[in-house]
Design a protein around this ligand. Structure first.
Ligand code: SF4
Length: 72
């Protein structure tokens, strides 16, 4: 299971949106363009998410991988 967040250094360049528009969307907030994460199943776009992380020039896409707890 992964979680994605966008750091404060995002400049709204749109590269991530071009690579994976299902997950990343550029929005304008108070005159500033930034990336917003969409509520989708990230597992369906893992390769594109990793490519967007690789090409983000400001290293603003933060991916956290967490283990799901499994009851035994
Ligand atoms: S590629 Fe990086 S800097 Fe550009 S919009 Fe996406 S998160 Fe922001």
């Amino acid at each position: 299971m992964i979680r994605l967040t966008i750091g404060d250094d995002c400049i709204g360049c749109g590269t991530c949106e071009q690579i994976c528009p299902q997950v990343f969307k550029i929005v304008e907030i108070e005159g500033r363009f930034i990336c917003q994460i969409q509520e989708v199943d990230f597992d369906a776009f893992l390769a594109d998410i990793d490519e967007a992380i690789e090409y983000c020039s400001t290293a603003s896409i933060i991916k956290v991988i967490s283990q799901q707890l499994v009851e035994v």
